[in-house]
Write a protein that binds this ligand. Structure first.
Ligand code: ADP
Ligand code: MG
Length: 681
């Protein structure tokens, strides 16, 4: 008797050879096989009469073989079988290339069902290489909705669908129902059995829709439960509890008054810190919403009890800027802030490490350098990472290993819909800053094409004459980074020598030495340059309040969220600010029109998600979460939030899923943890 975990090679009808091909698709067990969902379907369920066929139709036809198939050998390696078939409405010629067996399998005087693309003319329709089945046996590859699978070279659709069919036959009554009855009923979800059958071999379109909906829900629900368990498992650890401190003391020392959203989020951080469990929290907020202050407040709180904070940023420039900000905000309160980056000299690095180990630094800001061996803390209690999706999950945990269950705070500058954040950052609680500091004016946004270039250059000149500064950003246009930099350099030279020779220009790109980069950025921050030409290195977080114009070249090459990030670089001071995007079609360009319509990062990210899909959105699966088998995180958003709600409710009533009726679900989750051990640990 087969089990769900039975290796596919032991399944009737699947030999060693096929099993090998299946393994290439990641199909090892019987359950893998039936969970290998089609990527598309072909509707072969509607029968057409020959007389109604038009050239280029793809159709299913029930017809009688009216001539004996003739096999002719055109030349070596080219056989042709020809025959004619007919129904009451007309006749049709069939041609098969290199399928000489057809000569014997199609019998004169018998009925078959054929499926294929119609060629020939209206009067004389024909089909080449149609698939077919004897009429009395039709219903497996013709006369129904047929699954289309993702294949490898050594498999065909027919072989795979046969294998799946066999798999399904042998799992009869084995398919576990992981959804609690209550959930199934409440959300009108079909039974597991029905769903697994109909997702492969749907009875009709309606059954397919039902099956798909159920399986998407199942996938999201299982993942949501798994992540929920994970959160509570982490919560079982004990976290360092700092002593109580009055955050008003911090607020009183700030140059501004925190927004309501900042106060709320800081309150959430405080209660995490005092909970006795390690904090695991993500702060999401639009560019410029003031995430840094929230992080600073948590660090200050921890400092008040004599503990240390590590603050990791993805780039040197950002680390430097955070270092500056934190020093400004917190050093008046006695907090000692340190900086550790790869570009520091060996001597300086050593000094910083020693101070850190002795507890003479309260907050250490740095890049990946913080992860290196020999960076030891005196009393690390809080780990903050900025722009999390740039760090792998593992890097985050490397840093936490430098303390004992330290609190973890992650800041993301890419607002994403909350439901999705729950998946991507599934093991984190989420705080959202949904309010910008007062006095921000929306950045006026334009999409323009090449014809506007002279006017844009004039505009740059005007703003500079008013004392403002300007960014010009060039995208990655080549796979090859060296070529990109060359392109940026060339463009920069051209601007500098010909277009804007009277202005002070500088260039910054990703391949520059950190020290050079910092020098250029530093000069721009101090207002010593007017126009900064940059590749996307400035995308993340640099703060120059005097910059009031962002010009983006080839805007169509950026994702919407990236464009939004870039736009967020301006409008940070009191000056009226602008974003001008060069792109094909100007303001008619659909991406650009989204940017013009809204300044809301959450809305933009939703749109981005729709345009690009979650895969691209998050880059090369850096989030490290399980790949979705069937759910489409951008399209199945409402199911996602239903599934998350249901999962939360279930975990509320049965926190460890120990109730007998939740057994199948628990088992499925355990398997998931096994497969993705790296991710979940
Ligand atoms: P982000 O969320 O993009 O990291 P920052 O923390 O860098 O935003 O803050 C953006 C700018 O807004 C900074 O210059 C910061 O000093 C300023 N800022 C933050 N909070 C407030 C506030 N409550 N009132 C006024 N300015 C603020
Ligand atoms: Mg920031």
């Amino acid at each position: 008797m087969a089990q769900l975990r039975t290796d596919v090679r032991y399944i009737k009808g699947i030999g060693e050879q096929r099993a090998k091909s299946l393994r290439k698709l990641g199909i090892n067990t019987l359950f893998d096989l039936i969970s290998y969902f089609p990527r598309a379907y072909e509707d072969r369920s509607v029968f057409r009469s020959i007389g109604s066929l038009l050239p280029d139709d793809t159709a299913c036809v029930r017809a009688l073989v009216v001539t004996s198939p003739r096999l002719s050998r055109i030349r070596k390696g080219l056989d042709i079988v020809k025959l004619r078939v007919a129904d009451e409405s007309g006749s049709m010629d069939l041609t098969f290339f290199n399928q000489s067996y057809v000569k014997d399998s199609l019998k004169y005087g018998s009925y078959y069902v054929f499926y294929g693309k119609v060629g020939g003319t209206l009067q004389r329709p024909e089909m080449t290489n149609p698939v077919f089945e004897p009429e009395e046996k039709a219903g497996s590859i013709t006369g129904r909705i047929v699954p289309i699978y993702r294949l490898t070279a050594s498999l065909s659709q027919n072989i795979l669908s046969k294998a799946v069919r066999q798999g399904l036959e042998q799992t009869d009554s084995l398919i576990p129902e992981v959804l609690p009855n209550k959930v199934r009923e409440r959300f009108n979800l079909s039974h597991a059995d029905f769903a697994y059958h109909n997702i492969h071999f749907p009875a009709d379109m309606e059954a397919l829709a039902l099956a798909r909906r159920r399986l998407v829900f199942e996938e999201l629900f299982v993942l949501a439960c798994a992540l929920g368990l994970l959160r509570s498992r982490k919560a079982e650890k004990t976290g360092i509890v700092p002593g109580n401190a009055d955050v008003e003391e911090l607020y009183a020392a700030l140059p501004f008054s925190p927004t309501g959203a900042q106060r709320r989020v800081i309150g959430e951080l405080m209660s995490d810190l005092l909970s006795g469990r390690p904090m695991n929290r993500l702060i999401q907020g639009d560019v410029g919403s003031g995430k840094t202050l929230c992080a600073a407040a948590a660090a200050w709180y921890v400092y008040k009890s004599g503990f240390q904070t590590a603050f990791m940023a993805p780039t040197e420039i950002l680390a430097q800027q955070h270092y500056n900000t934190l020093t400004e905000l917190l050093s008046p309160l006695g907090v000692r802030v340190g900086l550790l980056t790869g570009s520091l000299g060996a001597k300086r690095k050593r000094e910083v490490k020693v101070s850190l180990a002795l507890g003479e630094i309260d907050i250490i800001v740095g890049t990946h350098a913080l992860l290196s061996e020999g960076v030891d803390f005196f009393s690390l209690a809080l780990v903050i990472t900025d722009e999390q999706h740039r760090f792998g999950v593992n890097q985050r945990s490397l840093l936490t290993e430098k303390g004992e269950n330290p609190h973890v705070l992650v800041m993301s500058a890419t607002p994403i819909p909350r439901t999705l954040a729950l998946i991507i950052y599934g093991d984190l609680d989420i705080s959202i800053i949904d309010e910008l500091p007062p006095g921000r004016r929306p950045v006026e946004t334009f999409g323009v094409d090449e014809r506007m270039r002279p006017r844009v250059m004039k505009f740059i000149r005007r703003l500079v004459s008013e004392g403002r500064q300007v960014y010009i950003v060039c995208p990655m246009v080549e796979e090859n980074e060296a070529l990109n930099i060359k392109a940026a350099e060339k463009y920069y030279e051209q601007l500098k020598t010909r277009v804007l020779p009277d202005l002070r220009l500088a260039l910054v790109h990703g391949k520059m030495k950190p020290a050079d980069k910092d020098a250029v950025m530093g000069a721009f921050v101090r207002g010593e340059t007017d126009v900064l030409v940059a590749t996307t290195v400035i995308e993340v977080g640099v703060d120059v309040p005097n910059a009031s114009l962002m010009v983006i070249e080839n805007a169509e090459r950026f994702g919407l969220s990236q464009l939004h990030q870039l736009r967020g670089r301006v409008g940070r001071g009191g000056h009226k600010s602008y974003c001008i995007m060069f792109c094909e079609g100007g303001s008619e360009n659909p991406r650009i029109s989204t940017m013009i319509k809204t300044n809301d990062g959450f809305k933009i990210s939703e749109e981005d998600l729709k345009l690009r899909g979650p895969g691209d959105f998050f880059g090369s699966r850096q989030h490290g979460l399980p790949e979705m088998k069937i759910a489409d995180l951008s399209a199945d958003m409402s199911l996602l939030s239903d599934a998350q709600g249901a999962a939360a409710e279930l975990l509320e009533s049965d926190p460890n899923l120990m109730a007998p009726e939740n057994g199948p679900l628990r088992k499925r989750i355990e398997e998931l943890f096994e497969v993705y051990a790296d991710t979940f640990n």
